[in-house]
Ligand binder design. Structure first.
Ligand code: DC
Length: 207
């Protein structure tokens, strides 16, 4: 069974997806970490296209993210990598390489997969699709708290990333027509997690 959780940066996807996976004993897939890892691995590799680097990426996802055996967990969260990831995510060849890896992972087992296009492209037949949103201000405050930076600066960068993510030609950020839209503004993560877990139980009982 696959639960797809898509939405913009800072909507709470990671916390919620991790929490749902933990409560249900499913495996968590952070597809954004793959875009970040490809962006990081491609830095200083002017000799190769980003798509080639992405295709050959040896990435291990989990509590720590390992790329070619190196722990890059902290590096992936830097603003430089965030910006680079948003840029390379507009490249169709890069997306194809990473979507292929994601599809292969989701073929077997029970997963909670988060990203931008899980319900629309990676797993359109996911049993449950959630589109998680929050107000731009709340999303910026959450990111700023994580990064230890000023939320107004984050808000500005976020607006640019939102625009890139939702206006790009290939797989723009969109809610799947059959997704359930949840707004996490002002709600504790535990609350949203409980709501999704009960939606999953409903879907599972109806099968
Ligand atoms: O969720 P995140 O902030 O870690 O994602 C990093 C970047 O990767 C973000 O700019 C959007 C992009 N991304 C994407 O295009 N498709 C996905 N499934 C996941 C992330």
């Amino acid at each position: 069974m696959v639960i797809a959780i898509d939405g913009p940066a800072g909507a709470g996807k990671s916390t919620v997806a991790r929490g749902v996976a933990e409560r249900l004993g499913f495996t968590y897939l952070d597809s954004g970490a793959m875009y970040r890892a490809a962006a990081l691995a491609a830095m200083g590799r002017g000799d190769r296209s980003v798509a080639e680097v992405a295709d050959e990426l040896d990435i291990q996802l989990g509590e720590r993210v390992l790329v070619n055996g190196t722990d890059v967990t902290a590096a992936l969260r830097s603003p430089t990598v965030s910006e680079a990831a948003s840029k390379i995510a507009t490249d169709q060849a890069v997306r194809q390489a990473l979507v292929r890896k994601q599809k292969a992972l989701l073929e077997n087992g029970d997963w909670v997969a988060e990203g931008r296009d899980i319900g629309t492209v990676v797993k359109p037949d996911a049993e449950l699709k959630i589109f998680l949103t929050a107000s731009p201000e709340e999303r910026a405050r959450r990111r700023a708290a994580e990064l230890g930076s000023d939320w107004r600066t984050v808000l500005k960068d976020q607006a640019i990333r939102d625009q890139t993510d939702s206006e790009r030609e290939h797989s723009p950020l969109r809610a799947a027509p059959d997704s359930i839209e949840l707004d996490s503004t002002g709600r504790p993560a535990e609350d949203v997690i409980t709501q999704i877990v009960s939606l999953v139980r409903k879907v599972a009982n109806a099968r």
